[in-house]
Design a protein around this ligand. Structure first.
Ligand SMILES: C[S@@+](CC[C@H](N)C(=O)[O-])C[C@H]1O[C@@H](n2cnc3c(N)ncnc32)[C@H](O)[C@@H]1O
Length: 327
């Protein structure tokens, strides 16, 4: 968080006088004011956050282009993604790299791991997090370099992404619960690396499927996993994506976490978005963890909905007759 960076600058972390500054993975709570605005480039592949910073007038990219005089890494929570981001920053930065993260997000173990390889600054501790900085060659962290992984079943996934080790059991249950006749035009909100879309495309009657995914790297995996020409890929926020032609059916296994805490509001926004996208005869199919309270949102946005099947962990919901938030 930017308060730790402010303290770090006071404690001796020096931005070089010239050259670009890379800011890797900031979330919207990061205040840019501490950084020299005209020299900062934000590397952020998650579309809502990318749009947030672009909207502030900042230069934002999904991957670094060119070199930086110094960089700041805002640590993602998944350890493989955190290591990959540090390696990426080192590989394009000629000066110091600062790493900032929450204690609950694993900053202590990352600090320990970095310190075991290279000298690091004294950490700044503030607001439930830590920030430290160091200068190193990417070769010192060569084993942290991110590669997409090809799983035994052939699917490609990204380090630290949702269900990186194989199809998510909730999505498998949804895929197995969908009817053979699902409609001609499908939209998959929060499509991930494409498992659900691939299963839906087993149906020859499907004419098109739109995969809407906010994470740029994960969508890249989906493009590799779903090569069927009926698939269309959208790097977009599912909560405000607009369809060129409305889908008959929306499918989704919506995101349910902000960091480590369960956050049903994301799923509720996805339900509202599905209702907005669907025509009056359209249908939503979704899977959710059994404990997540989506019932009120479903009743608010659909005339009819029911749990069609499920198990102890997940519920499969079919909703029809979208009623609200139509545009
Ligand atoms: C629970 S995962 C499901 C992934 C995939 N559908 C599956 O079944 O494996 C939710 C996905 O939604 C994506 N996501 C989160 N917020 C999003 C948003 N606002 N717009 C679009 N996708 C989003 C996440 O990156 C993640 O890939």
């Amino acid at each position: 968080m930017s308060v730790r960076l402010t303290l770090a600058v006071a404690a001796g972390f020096d931005f070089p006088d010239t050259g670009r500054i890379g800011l890797f993975g900031p979330t919207p709570d990061f205040a840019l004011t501490i950084l020299p605005a005209s020299r900062v480039e934000i590397i952020q592949g998650f579309k809502p956050y990318h749009d947030h910073f672009s909207g502030l007038g900042a230069a934002a990219s999904v991957r670094p282009d060119g070199r930086f005089a110094a960089s700041v890494v805002c640590l993602p929570r998944a350890r493989p993604a955190a290591q990959a981001m540090i390696w990426q920053a080192l590989s394009v930065t000629d000066g110091p790299v600062a790493v900032d993260g929450l204690k609950s997000g694993g900053i202590d173990s990352v600090l320990k791991a970095v310190r075991s390889r290279v000298p690091v600054s004294a950490p700044i501790s503030k607001a439930h997090g830590k920030l430290f900085w160091f200068t190193a060659s990417p070769d010192d962290f060569a084993d942290w370099k991110a590669e997409l992984t090809r799983l035994d079943d052939g699917f490609v996934t990204a380090p630290g992404c949702f269900s990186a080790d194989g199809p998510d059991p909730a999505s498998v249950l949804l895929a197995e619960s969908l009817p053979e006749k699902i409609g001609k035009r499908i939209a998959d909100l929060g499509a991930g690396w494409g498992y659900l879309a691939a299963r839906i495309l087993e149906r020859s009657a499907v004419q098109s499927i739109d995969l809407i995914e906010a994470d740029h790297t994960v969508l890249k995996c989906a493009r590799l996993n779903v090569t069927d020409p009926r698939a269309r890929f959208h790097w977009a926020d599912a909560c405000n994506w607009r369809a060129a032609d409305s889908p008959d059916t929306v499918v989704m296994n919506p995101p349910f976490h902000t960091g480590r805490s369960a956050d049903p509001s994301l799923g509720r926004d996805f339900i509202a978005s599905a209702a907005r996208l669907l025509p009056s005869h359209g249908t939503l199919w979704m899977v959710a963890n059994r404990h997540l309270p989506y019932e009120t949102a479903l009743s608010a946005h659909f005339r009819d909905w029911s749990e069609t099947t499920g198990d102890a962990r997940f519920k499969i919901i079919r909703a029809s007759g979208p009623t609200r938030n139509r545009r």
